[in-house]
Ligand binder design. Sequence first.
Ligand code: ZN
Length: 57
Amino acid sequence: MAKKVEKKKQPESKVYTCSECGREISGNHVYIKTKRRTELHIHYGCMPMGRRDEHEG
Ligand SMILES: [Zn+2]
């Protein structure tokens, strides 16, 4: 009887850590590449307000 070796294929699911809340990110998220070759992964909900409106507050 030949032994059948089954290798479980692990999906390449890279686990990122949110730069804002520090929790793991799974699925779609915001990817930011800074000038310092730093890659940031942030939840959509953790994205800091980037809107610069004239009216602050
Ligand atoms: Zn987050």
